[in-house]
Design a protein. Structure first.
Lengths: 200, 192
């Protein structure tokens, strides 16, 4: 067998072996992917308590149905597709109470923004970072559930359009449309906030 | 291809072109314009910087969240995998809890009707003697007639009542004394 093919075979075999191990051990699965799934869910629904619950359900569901994973996408994409379904189900049931219960368990990243800015050791950068985070967070609240979901996938989870399409079961063109609307809405929000001089 | 915005400060790109650039899908023409247009460049830079800062903050936030007890997670996974079995067991319990009372009520409803009869005395055939003035023996009236005590169905009780009425009428008829005309007819018939 030519070396190139042999290497590929070995790599492929290794990849599949690692894949199988990853899914068969729920502890490894959670340890590896929990921050990503929690981040996606929390910023899609903006409710920390519910996000914890949905994240847990996502891993339990994934572990229980690991035999159905065909390996046609990354494990992370597969997990996010499960989480997206759970978020969609939650959104449907909480349609008009969606943002009313945010106050006590909302995710607040403005304090985190200060940590980021502190890495640059500039008070001005600190303030700017907090403002930027507040503006984007405010803009996210105005998006529809689908727009927010694809925005989080694209800009926070750095998924490409094909991966987002696979996770959301939406055509690429539809994903692109939602992303365009999300970016336009955030752009408009930033303009408005800057014009009004709105700060955190 | 450019379209003017309502805002004259940035009347260079359409919303779609601007979004394409932010998404990394821009054409070479759009990229060239942004590189040469300070207002567009500034706005794109501000938007991308804001999104990047928010993304970084969210990563730091998620990394700082306490992880659940993995042992508890493993136990929950085991329970989660048993949900179909548990659901089936609960369904069986539910069926049994309903079936038992229903079965009891049906058995009580279908309890066979009690037959109350001490004796069934068929009415004896009248004894007609050859003697003229010998009275025709009166058949003893049945002490008890067979009765069916209907336990449930009205239809059965109606038919039972009808049967009882007929039998009572027959008993009365047999028990009643035969008239003189009939007696003479019977006597002449026996004498022939």
């Amino acid at each position: 067998m030519p070396p190139a093919i042999a290497n590929t075979a070995i790599l492929t075999f290794s990849g599949e072996t690692q894949l199988t191990t990853e899914l068969d051990d729920i502890e490894t699965l959670v340890r590896t992917y929990r921050p990503r799934i929690l981040r996606y869910v929390a910023f899609s629904i903006h409710d920390m308590d519910v996000a914890e619950s949905i994240t847990q359900d996502c891993f339990l569901k994934a572990y229980n149905s690991r035999a159905s994973f065909r390996g046609d996408c990354a494990v992370s994409t597969w997990l996010i597709s499960i989480a997206a379904n759970l978020v969609r189900d939650h959104t449907r049931t909480q349609k008009f109470k969606f943002w009313r219960n945010v106050s006590n368990t909302a995710v607040d990243v403005t304090e985190m923004a200060q940590q980021i800015a502190s890495n640059f050791a500039s008070a001005e950068r600190c303030m700017l970072a907090k403002e930027q985070v507040a503006h984007v967070q405010r803009a996210l609240k105005e998006l529809s559930a689908k727009q927010r979901s694809v925005f989080v996938m694209r800009f926070m989870e750095e998924m490409n359009l094909e991966e987002i399409s696979h996770a959301t079961q939406m055509p690429v063109a539809t994903v692109k449309t939602h992303l365009h609307r999300a970016v336009t809405a955030i752009r408009a929000q930033l303009k408005t906030s800057t014009a009004k001089g709105v700060t955190r | 291809m450019t379209v003017k915005f309502a805002d004259a400060r940035n009347a260079h790109l359409t919303d779609e072109q601007f979004s394409d650039y932010v998404l990394g899908l821009a054409s070479a023409e759009v990229e060239a314009h942004i590189a040469q247009c300070p207002p567009c460049y500034a706005e794109v830079a501000e938007l991308k910087s804001s999104i990047a800062t928010f993304s970084s903050a969210s990563h730091m936030w998620s990394a700082s969240q306490p992880a659940p007890s993995l042992g508890a997670m493993r136990r929950k996974a085991l329970l989660y995998s048993m949900r179909p079995v548990a659901g089936f067991a609960m369904a069986v319990v539910a069926v049994i809890s309903v079936a038992i009372p229903v079965g009891r009520s049906q058995r009580e409803a279908a309890r066979p009707a009690e037959v109350q009869t001490a004796a069934v005395a068929a009415p004896a055939a009248p004894q007609v003697t050859e003697a003229d003035d010998a009275p025709i023996a009166v058949a003893p009236k049945p002490v008890h007639t067979a009765r069916l005590v209907a336990a449930s169905l009205p239809r059965e009780s109606e038919s039972v009542q009808q049967d009882n009425a007929i039998m009572s009428a027959i008993s009365d008829e047999i028990a009643s004394p035969v008239s003189g005309t009939i007696q003479s007819v019977v006597s002449s018939a026996s004498g022939q």
